[in-house]
Design a protein around this ligand. Structure first.
Ligand code: UDP
Length: 239
């Protein structure tokens, strides 16, 4: 354990899309191994306590299902189950490297994962285990960004790290506008008032009300998770 982390406990949010390859769907084995390696390295090098919330957008999104005529609640439960698939894949990839993990699911499925129990999750973190929170909040009409904000508040995380496909927050979509400018720092209130697409507004409000800082950065560049945890200037810092 050599390097000094800027935070003692973090919540890492990995969007489902960040696990997908070029096709934007499913789980790319090379990408998930790369993310697992980054997690392994930063936890073993710094001793940071790490909890993870993983999304499901690479498999299924509730809004997409409801747009095609499905009942929104049912579609959202499918989305939550998709996050469980990602959580198990991530658990496998991290444990292959020799780091202990636990998956806790907000929807009970005891054969697959522990149920979500806040105090137990904190105990796992104190013992150096990586805790992966699956099945979102367990409620339809919410997102895994809101889950990240909620769980971060519940476990008293010092910061949320948002691992994305894009390397920060821009004033417009960099995919459409080549002149889009990346913000280095932002206030939560400006994210809300300018409707910047960082997280959904429920998640932003939760972070703002609970004073949890957020670092948005690109995860595909090897080493970025560590840079964020060491407090290096990376992506966009929101507070
Ligand atoms: N979801 C939900 N409640 C939650 C979290 C997630 O209903 O508390 C559903 C919702 O349908 C969402 C899907 O799970 O579309 C996958 O999560 P999300 O879209 O947040 O994943 P990401 O965009 O991070 O990949």
């Amino acid at each position: 354990m050599g390097e000094k982390a800027a935070y003692s406990r973090v919540l890492l949010k990995i969007s489902g899309e960040a696990l997908a390859g070029e096709e934007g769907f499913g789980i790319d084995p090379v990408i998930i191994k790369g993310i697992a390696r980054q997690i392994f390295e930063v936890v073993t090098d710094t001793g940071v306590e790490m909890a993870i919330v993983v999304g499901g957008g690479n498999i299924f999104r509730g809004v997409a299902g409801s747009a095609k005529g499905m009942d929104r609640g049912t579609a959202d439960y499918m989305g939550m189950l998709a996050t469980v698939i990602n959580a198990l894949a991530l658990q496998d990839a991290i444990e292959k490297l020799g780091l202990e993990t636990r998956v806790q699911s907000a929807i009970e499925m005891r054969q697959v994962a522990e149920p979500y129990i806040r105090r137990r999750a904190i105990r796992h973190l104190e013992k150096g285990r990586v805790v992966i929170f699956a099945a979102g909040t367990g409620n339809p009409f919410f997102s895994t960004d809101t889950t990240a904000a909620l769980r971060a508040a519940e476990i008293s995380a010092d910061a949320i790290l948002m691992a994305k496909n894009v390397d920060g927050v821009y004033d417009s979509d960099p995919a459409d506008n080549p002149d889009a400018v990346k913000y280095k720092e932002l206030a939560y209130i400006d994210v809300l008032s300018r409707s910047l697409r960082v997280m959904d507004s429920t998640a932003v409000s939760l972070c703002m009300d609970n004073n949890i800082p957020l670092i948005v950065f690109g995860v595909k560049e090897e080493g970025n998770i560590k840079k964020a945890i060491l407090g290096e200037e990376i992506g966009t810092f929101v507070r």
